[in-house]
Design a protein around this ligand. Structure first.
Ligand code: SF4
Ligand code: SF4
Length: 295
């Protein structure tokens, strides 16, 4: 990818996954290299788990005057594998650009879902982050993937921004970054056939003008208009053999979406569950496990 023009990057993540931090670190690294750079987020009143966007512009030649959001990115980075079925992450992606996805799927499997005239890079950043950082926060890991696929910034340029941001944890974050850099699988641009139409199951959010007065309901979730269960990247699974029917999970679920079914089993309503893991944390008989992915 040429460095003599402005490169635009769009990050797709969820609240709490660090997409905004990724963009900030990318900009700081670019500035460290003597380039001009911007980093800024776009989100509404969402909470942890809601889809969020962050953007970068990097120019090696001229100051960047544009201040609007990135609608025609050269590079798209997807931090959460669940988002690719919910959001059209390739919207506006320029021909010759790159799509970089955190996923356990292979490049070949993802190519069945996406077609376009851009490179596809796939890395299991979640496993790398869990192994090296002990948390499912993949933002710094995905920086390694970004660098390998695009060369937008240099790996070593990240060291100072990581130290400033993470202090003693900078080393493990850099190691995660390096591991993604070394393990990402990249397909070159191969698609010349017709573009595949991909359908998305997310319901369209209503504008505030279309919301009914008194739309906050007493059921689970904030509003009936939003399928908040799409926000999760992991979901709870109940082990009925261990469950002693104390009801603690139901009491502590912040979404109010856990209840007892007609057979007496406790279950969460996955339409609203945001995958926060509180039920699993509070269940002292350890009858609830958190499993990756949207059920
Ligand atoms: S907290 Fe655990 S043991 Fe109690 S009802 Fe829920 S799943 Fe069962
Ligand atoms: S993970 Fe558990 S506590 Fe959190 S929203 Fe889902 S069911 Fe409720």
């Amino acid at each position: 990818m040429k460095q003599d023009k402005t490169i635009e990057i769009r990050w797709h993540g969820r609240g709490g996954q660090g997409a905004v931090t990724s963009a900030e670190l990318t900009a700081l690294a670019a500035i460290h290299e003597g380039k001009f750079a911007q980093a800024f987020p776009s989100f509404g009143p969402e909470r942890r788990g809601a889809p969020v966007l962050a953007f970068n512009r990097i120019s090696s030649g001229n100051p960047i005057r544009v201040r609007s959001g990135v609608t025609k990115p050269d590079i798209v980075v997807v931090l959460d594998p669940g988002l690719v079925t919910l959001i059209n992450v390739t919207d506006g992606l320029k021909p010759g650009g790159a799509l970089i996805v955190n996923s356990t799927k292979s490049v070949e499997e993802l190519q069945q879902e996406f077609t376009g005239d851009w490179k596809l890079g796939v890395v299991d950043a979640t496993s790398i982050a869990r192994e090296l950082l002990k948390v499912n926060i993949v933002n710094t890991t995905m920086l390694g993937a970004l660098i390998k696929v695009t060369g937008a910034i240099k790996l070593e340029s990240l060291e100072e921004p990581l130290k400033e941001r993470f202090g003693a944890r900078a080393r493990s974050n850099f190691e995660a970054c390096m591991k993604a850099y070394n393990s990402i699988v990249i397909s070159e641009i191969t698609t010349s056939g017709p573009k595949k139409e991909k359908s998305f199951k997310t319901e369209k959010a209503l504008s505030w003008k279309d919301l009914k007065v008194g739309c906050i309901v007493t059921e689970a979730g904030n509003t009936k208009q939003f399928r908040t269960g799409d926000w999760k990247s992991q979901h709870p699974v109940w082990d009925d053999a261990k469950c002693i029917k104390c009801g603690i999970c139901s009491l502590f679920c912040p979404e109010g979406c856990v209840s007892q079914d007609k057979d007496g089993k406790f279950r969460g309503n996955m339409y609203y569950c945001k995958g926060c893991g509180i039920c699993s944390h509070e269940c002292w008989p350890q009858a609830i496990s958190m499993v990756e992915g949207v059920e």
